[in-house]
Design a protein around this ligand. Structure first.
Ligand code: FAD
Length: 473
């Protein structure tokens, strides 16, 4: 069967399904091809399930210390099956929501594996999509005027470190665990590794993180990394940095043992399971790119600022193009691509103004550049910092670790970056993002009234601190 469309989107993850909704709003006849489930990695294997588990872990950890709040409980325990049921229910609710949005937008959803064909009887240009239907029915042939490739990414592993789903896991398998191990080695101390370390540790698992760089969350500001390192250690997490894991030393049996090269030589680590979190690779294979002129560099599809590939009617967005592999980036790129297809003149995305969040306990969030990057770029830097220890609401919450740090240019007063670690900072970073979008100065942030008592007072005080005017320091 063949069908004509204005737009066919390959992949129904956050990037793909949001692009489809925008396309339908703009009056484009649109179809999505999804081989798995609408919602993609974010909904089924990423943002949502990991945050649901993190929340259960946080509730458990807080309940264990309920006496600090004057609340007396009997012995606190958890039922991991119920933790998983809760996670699955949240996914299910949101999945139904996305399915409903597709129906509402009259977007055709083809459940199957899509592949781009070269020039054919259907079209003189590459871009016809053949769909091998999941239900075994005859292949569908979709003939679009435009295509958006949004095939996402999958976990990367280290060469020689095979994922067996029993001893050696990625986040995909870890999310499906029926019971938690007593101990785990996490290879990689980036965003995903630290979220897992924090959550498993809060559930009482003995966690060792092995990181190749000389600090965990190495893309964050140095001071944020250092504070995170201190707080993870305070939880009892073992952190081994500047360490190169040697996959060939992996032995599986009762559990796993693996060695890493550390400063002092070779060091052996033992645990029940090993989680590999060393980044994600783009899904560029098996989707027919060889039938097109589309360029792939370092494993990612190359596009221009409107996300057009070398084939100007084929766009690519989200994790498959690399850069910041985040759900809110994928969806924003999708909207820009579709508006461009519809002949609008969308504003391009300024990646420097994208907020980045880590949902560990405590949380981390940032926007703009770090203090080191600012100095490297030649800015004369001034910094304002304010600790949550002096914030009433943080004390009320019983979560007063961490701080807000604002990096500004001494001469122009421009805000160059805002970095936070502490309670609920992922919900507070958008104020900083908005300030940067509007080119606000630290003075303007400070002049904005931050209600008392709120955690956001730390942002107001940090803004005052840039000019040495913080009140409560
Ligand atoms: P995906 O969501 O990966 O969607 C791609 C879709 O394409 C998939 O559904 C796939 O089945 C489908 N597909 C692939 N090939 C084909 C084909 N040939 N035919 C048909 N369909 C195909 N980001 C955040 O912003 N916040 C977070 O808190 C966060 N937490 C994360 C936690 C974890 C553990 C992980 C792994 C990721 C997390 N991310 C988070 C990243 C986020 O999930 C991704 O950036 C986002 O999902 C990218 O969206 P996408 O649409 O590009 O790709």
């Amino acid at each position: 069967m063949s069908q004509e469309y204005d737009l066919v989107i390959l992949g129904g993850g956050t990037g793909g399904y949001v692009a489809a909704i925008r396309a339908s709003q703009l009056g484009l006849k649109t179809a999505i091809v999804e081989k798995g489930k609408l919602g993609g990695t974010c909904l089924h294997k990423g943002c949502i399930p990991s945050k649901a588990l993190l929340r259960s872990a946080e509730v458990y950890a807080t309940a264990k210390h309920s006496e600090d709040f004057g609340v007396i409980t009997s012995e606190v325990s958890y039922n991991f099956g119920k933790v998983q049921d809760r996670k699955n229910k949240i996914i299910d609710t949101l999945h139904k929501g996305v399915q409903h949005l597709m129906k509402q937008g009259k977007i055709d959803v083809y459940e199957g594996l899509g592949r781009i064909l070269g020039p054919s009887i259907f079209s003189p240009m590459p871009g016809t999509i053949s769909v091998e239907m999941n239900n075994g029915e005859e292949n569908e042939m979709l003939i679009p005027k435009n295509v958006v490739v949004a095939t996402g990414s999958r976990p990367r592993t280290l060469p020689g470190l095979d994922i067996d789903g029993e001893f050696v896991l990625t986040s995909d398998e870890a999310l499906e665990l029926e019971t938690l191990p007593a101990s785990i080695i996490i290879v990689g101390g980036g965003v995903i590794g630290i979220e897992w370390a924090s959550m498993l540790s809060d559930f009482g698992v003995e966690v060792t993180v092995i990181e190749y760089a000389d600090r965990i969350i190495p893309t964050e500001d140095h001071e944020i990394s250092r504070e995170m390192q201190r707080l993870m250690k305070k939880k009892g997490i073992k952190l081994v940095t500047g360490a190169k894991v040697l996959p060939e030393t992996l032995v599986k049996g009762e559990g796993v043992t693996i060695s890493a090269e550390v400063k002092a030589g070779l060091k052996e680590f033992k645990a029940e399971k090993l989680l590999v979190s060393v980044g994600r690779q783009a899904n560029v294979g098996g989707i027919g790119l060889e039938n097109t002129e589309i360029q792939v560099e370092k494993g990612f599809i190359v596009t221009n600022k409107f996300y057009q590939t070398k084939e100007s009617h084929i766009y690519a967005i989200g994790d498959v193009i690399g850069g910041l592999q985040l759900a809110h980036v994928a969806s924003h790129e999708g909207i820009i691509a579709v508006e461009h297809i519809a002949g609008k003149d969308p504003s391009v995305l300024d990646y420097n103004l994208v907020s980045r969040c880590i949902y560990s306990n405590p949380e981390v969030s940032s926007v703009g550049i770090t203090e080191e990057q600012a100095s490297d770029k030649g800015h004369k830097v001034k910094v304002g910092k304010f600790s949550f220890r002096a914030i009433g609401k943080a004390l009320v919450f019983g979560e007063s670790d961490g701080f807000v740090k604002i990096v500004a240019d001494e001469e122009t007063n421009d805000i160059l970056g805002v970095h936070m670690i502490g309670p609920h900072v992922t919900d507070m970073i958008t104020e900083a993002g908005l300030a940067m979008v509007l080119d606000a100065t630290p003075w303007e942030i400070a002049h904005t009234i931050h209600p008392h008592p709120t955690l956001s007072e730390a942002i107001g005080e940090a803004a005052l601190a840039v000019d040495g005017r913080a009140i409560h320091s």
